[in-house]
Design a protein around this ligand. Sequence first.
Ligand code: PRX
Length: 649
Amino acid sequence: MLNEVYYPHKELFKNPAFKNMCEYHDKVREFEKDYEGTWGKLAREKITWFRLYDKVLDESNAPFYKWFTGGKLNVSYQCIDRHLDKKKNKAAIIWEGDNGEKRVITYLELYKEVNKFANLLKEMGVKKGDRVVIYMPMIPEAAFAMLACARIGAIHSVVFGGFSAEALKDRILDAQAKVVITADGAFRKGKPYMLKPVVDKALEGVDIVEKVIVVERNNEDIEWVEGRDVSYNELIQNQSTECEPEVMDSEDPLFLLYTSGSTGKPKGVQHSQAGYILWAQLTMEWVFDIKDNDTYWCTADIGWITGHTYIVYGPLAAGATTVMFEGVLTYPDSGRAWKMIEDYRINQFYTAPTAIRLLNKIGADEPKKYDLSSLRILGTVGEPIDPAAWKWYYDVVGGGRCSIVDTWWQTETGGHMISPLPAATPIKPASATFPLPGIFAEIIDEEGNRVKPGEKGLLCITKPWPSMIRTIWGDPERFVKSYFSTAKKNGKPVYFSGDGAMYDEDGYIWITGRVDDVINVSGHRLGTAEIEAAIKKHPHVAEVAVVGKPDEITGESIFAYVVLKSTDDLGEEVELIKEINEIISKEIGNIAKVKDIAFVPGLPKTRSGKIMRRILRAIAKGEEIKQDTSTLEDPSVVEAIIAVVNSCE
Ligand code: PRX
């Protein structure tokens, strides 16, 4: 923990939502005094309602909270139509392709494209409430597809393009999707890669998907399934540019987004309309200080929540210009990101610590070669940032001038929960600082007592908030069990994030990372259970346990302890590792590949058969084992595992 404090350069902020900490505290107090009234006022100001809500918060069926009930709106209208009066010729999306190709889409063009796509979806038989899976590269049509679903009230489920056919199939089946939207493929580091063949494979034996809409991007050859596959490029031409927005209830689902938990299969996190879009827009204004003339760039992929809220919905609801990038930040060289910031005069840049560490490692002085003076705010998200990476981001990328917003949040929270306010909050490097006004994020023990400074506790959100997860698609019991069964406050279950955190003496929040069996690799959230299930598919594997190991670039990497069925297989480790990783790629995707595998004689288990992962985590880190191992079924196994791990190094 660094105790240095960095104060905002006030001259960079003309009219920020919060000018100083007094204004922050005033707003926090306003929420404390009148929670519903304050949220209601914001919802009335920020949302263009077709019909105003009747009630701000309905807690009658907690924890299935409902927000702004009785209200009617349409999220695509909120993101597009209502801006047309003043901003029809303003760039809504600036897109840059892998090879540097550029497209600018104005708000009027966005309106037309989204309406055409919405009409195409209707022609394909999609109706309000139907699920549409979007498996797309980072091209504008991906954003059009999301907004088109929102326009007609279909529920989208975007699946990250790096997921395998198996993972895609699971998500299609769980959501019972009627239509899949994809592309032939796209480009990465100058080379084409394919998506459509993955969809074909995912749909083998699946009969619920009626249509696959294929957008042309890389023009590589693909197979067409008669009667199922349709060409977007052909069919879009005949669509009308007008499509009445569906009148949606505040609480109708807007989208599902699958994410990993500590157990079982990924869960379909369900978000709703009004609360989600309100917070997406508000946090653009509060945390990114988005102003009409700004150009904002978030480097996430639309397959993750960051891409949903902070590339598509938030910036567009705020009427901003959002940059969308198909490529990778290090191609063709380590200056790509900085060149784009210079070219587009980016004002807010939002990325993940893994990217910051990588760019620092491969080109520490590279930012100095570019004019980055347009930058005002630098954002970070997805994993804890370390002070060294933070300082490089601040000094070299931000020229010692910009506010760094270290935003803590999750797929389930919909938008930022804990973050500095760029013109107000004195920042300590690598602390997410304080909860945003309206968000009651607290570090508590299981009974709801606030932990003392320096003590680790559970990071919980003790009041419902508008953009919160509504349920897990098709599994309300799992929703309650996953989030509302760990901690209580005043006898009432509260939302537990899965993260641990600490306060310092000044009340700053320091996130210490997941306390459950979720691993965070390059800001991508992976469940140990999913990876273990994949590894177990190898015929020679008897048992496996997977843990996270600290990694200089990716934050964490995956470390697997594998027990083989027969010791005859030892000696074939290199082959086995290759085969195991092939299975993981097939079952989940390349992002879940293991970096280290130790073939061990057994796993440390309690007498009741529970694997003591804490011991395995400590061994992976090379730490001394402090836990009492006498309760293990076979304490000698620990020494044996350490010996194997040491011999691998
Ligand atoms: O562990 C926290 C980490 O990412 C998890 C949420 O992952 P996901 O749902 O995929 O959403 C990522 C993008 C919002 C959290 O439980 N995390 C996210 N932001 C931070 C973070 N850890 C530390 N600092 C952050 N700023």
